[in-house]
Design a protein around this ligand. Structure first.
Ligand code: NAD
Length: 543
């Protein structure tokens, strides 16, 4: 093993490419998209680096053109979970004892591959499989994932330098061991970067991992798995297990070697996993670390002093980009009566002008929602608003699932601040507005704080500095990511550590030192240089 203490330069965020007309990146991506559309691939399960085919298959399709099949993928069950747990165990000793530089180098290399030769493939796969516009794919599957892979090694090294004090004659050290057992990474459909981060953050810290991707994102996530292999990730460190949720989840959660779960997804799923872990607690070798980032019902609040143009732009971008399917998306707005006529006019004008269609047409601002169950659920909320006497649809409200799962960007205004659409996560292109009396500021702040069980993101708009300070204090616990005069989405690794509290998750801040710490188990080592040779203390020498 090497005996030098190696530096690691501070990373910078990956620049976002524009894909403007005539740009070389647009030409190259379009070519790759054509190639990907022309083929249908087969996706195996990957266990210990080996391809496994169960014959129990499902299809990966384009949400904006659901007859187009991108891939057939094999689904794992109890036997594959058991094989993956064995592979993870076999890889564990060597990987958990590997030098930190060797673990870091895998991710740093993956970052450079993704920034270069893999960029088009991973962006293309995200556009096709999750129906993201080119910009939404670029900031997710390229830039955010590259940032995770560059910042996490830097944070790891920094974490390792955090050491205890030593008294004279003693040398104290702390080592950051991996957990004993495997970590279960369970990722959502909506960010390829989260798929790429959930298994690799624990792996970076020396853990071995079973990774279950979301069924609607298997295609793009498979390319991430292949990228990690290309970057030199040893076999068995991350095992790729697409499959039906409970067929994979149940045997994993019952396994005695489960040492942690790294989850991002909906609140009910996370709560049910936590409950199962509680029921099984006596059969695990150690107490599993439970890290989960979950749902949101994010507010965008305007004070009477707010700048209307910036506020409306934040609502349009923050609520409708990626069809509102970001955990951070704005979904409830609070507008003072004095500003409402102007906000309403601009909002309807902007939202009704948002172009929707295939992400292959770069002019579109929005594409399709992820699948039919999501389409039906979102339309159910819109129908509820249509049939309620307490709500009115200002724009949008239409859905068409004949060719792709398209729902027009929808703005609802309600007279009931605790209306269903103000409380529940919809996870689609629906924004609900409540108009408050300018004189009711304190009561409205109370509503913002207490209307939903979530506390993920939130934004306030105000020009008056004293007001900004007051709102920031009043809403202290209402969001884990709080924005002043900015939209509630678009957190950047290293700049706004991301995560929410209350029902929104354990707030272990993805892409930060706090998150990496969760995947370690510290060992404190005390070494005495001249140990005492007698048990007697001075006070025992009484004359
Ligand atoms: P989901 O909860 O439906 O699925 C998430 C993952 O859990 C998928 O891989 C799914 O297959 C798996 N899963 C479901 N049941 C399981 C079980 N019993 N055992 C094991 N695995 C199981 O969520 P989704 O629809 O993929 O993503 C949308 C949700 O994710 C929204 O609620 C959104 O707010 C949330 N989200 C949160 C964040 C955040 O950082 N807070 C980020 C992205 C998404």
């Amino acid at each position: 093993m090497s005996n030098a203490i190696f530096p690691l330069a501070a990373p910078v965020n990956e620049p976002v490419r524009s894909y403007a007309p005539g740009s070389p990146e647009k030409k190259s991506l379009k070519k790759r998209l054509d190639e990907m559309l022309a083929e249908e691939i087969e996706i195996p399960i990957l266990i210990g680096g080996k391809e496994v085919r169960t014959g129990d298959t499902a299809k990966a399709v384009c949400p904006h053109d659901h007859r187009h099949v991108l891939a057939t993928y094999h689904q794992a069950g109890a036997a594959e979970v058991e094989a993956a747990a064995k592979a993870a165990k076999a890889a564990w000793r060597e990987w958990s004892e590997a030098a930190w530089e060797d673990r870091a180098a895998v991710l740093l290399r993956a970052a450079d591959l993704l920034a270069g030769p893999w960029r088009d493939t991973v962006n293309g796969a995200t556009m096709l499989n999750q129906s993201k516009t080119v910009f939404q794919a670029e900031i997710d599957s390229a830039c955010e994932l590259i940032d995770f892979y560059r910042f996490n090694p830097y944070f790891m090294r920094h974490l390792y330098t955090d050491q205890p004090w030593s008294a004279p004659g003693v040398w104290n050290r702390v080592e950051y061991r991996s957990l004993e057992g495997f970590v279960f990474a369970v990722s959502p459909f909506n960010f390829t970067s989260i798929g790429g981060n959930l298994p690799t953050a624990p792996a970076l810290m020396g853990n071995t991992v079973l990774w279950k991707p979301a069924s609607t994102a298997v295609y793009s996530n498979y390319f991430i798995m292949k990228l990690l292999q290309a970057a030199g990730l040893p076999d068995g460190v991350v095992n790729f297990l697409p499959g039906k949720a409970s067929k994979v989840g149940d045997p994993v959660l019952a396994h005695p070697d489960l040492a942690g779960i790294h989850f991002t997804g909906s609140t009910p799923v996370f709560q049910s996993m936590w409950k199962t872990i509680g029921d099984n607690i006596a059969q695990y070798r150690s107490y599993p670390r439970i890290v989960g980032e979950t749902g949101g019902k994010n507010f965008v609040f305007a004070h009477p002093s707010a700048d209307v143009e910036s506020y409306v732009t934040a609502l349009a971008r923050g609520s409708f980009e990626y069809q509102g399917q970001k955990c951070s998306a704005g979904s409830r707005a609070y507008v003072p009566k004095s500003l409402w006529p102007r906000v309403k006019e601009l909002l309807v004008e902007q939202v009704s002008s948002l172009d929707m269609g295939s992400p292959l047409d770069f002019r579109n601002f929005m594409a399709a929602v992820i699948d039919e169950p999501s389409f039906n659920r979102i339309m159910g909320y819109i129908d509820h608003a249509k049939s309620s006497s307490e709500a009115e649809i200002l724009t949008g409200g239409k859905g068409d699932k004949s060719a792709g799962y398209f729902i027009s960007p929808t703005v609802v205004v309600t007279t009931d601040p605790r209306f269903k659409l103000m409380r529940e996560e919809i996870f689609g292109p629906v924004l609900t507005v409540y108009v408050y009396d300018d004189g009711d500021l304190e009561q409205t702040l109370e509503l913002v704080d207490t209307t939903s069980p979530y506390a993920l993101t939130g934004a306030i708009f105000a020009e008056d500095r004293k007001v900004i300070a007051h709102l920031t204090a009043a809403l202290r616990h209402a969001a884990g990511n709080f924005y002043v005069n900015d939209k509630p989405t678009g957190a950047v690794v290293g700049q706004q550590p991301f995560g929410g509290a209350r029902a929104s998750g354990t707030n272990d801040k993805a892409g930060s030192m706090a998150n990496l710490l969760r995947w370690t188990s510290q060992r404190a080592i005390k070494e005495s240089f001249v140990p005492p040779k007698s048990y007697a203390y001075p006070h025992m020498g009484e004359e």
